[in-house]
Design a protein around this ligand. Structure first.
Ligand code: SF4
Length: 64
């Protein structure tokens, strides 16, 4: 799994950080999210999928 965030779409709502704090963090300017682990290990895949499902602007996508 490879994780991407469309930073043009991300509104920094932060829901993804709650679901997968090991994968997502807010950038220093707090305006977009940044990815901490672009290829998360299997134990984090469910959390990434939850983060995708709660993102209100569908900014997160993955390649498998
Ligand atoms: S939940 Fe979506 S909009 Fe909010 S910070 Fe994460 S990627 Fe950005």
């Amino acid at each position: 799994m490879r994780v991407f965030v469309d930073t043009d779409v991300c509104d920094a709502h932060g829901e993804c950080l709650i679901e997968a704090p090991e994968v997502f963090a807010l950038s220093d300017d707090d305006e977009t999210v940044r990815i901490l682990v672009a290829e998360p290990p299997g134990r984090l895949h469910t959390a990434v999928e939850k983060a995708m499902s709660v993102c209100p602007v569908s900014a997160i996508y993955v390649e498998r």
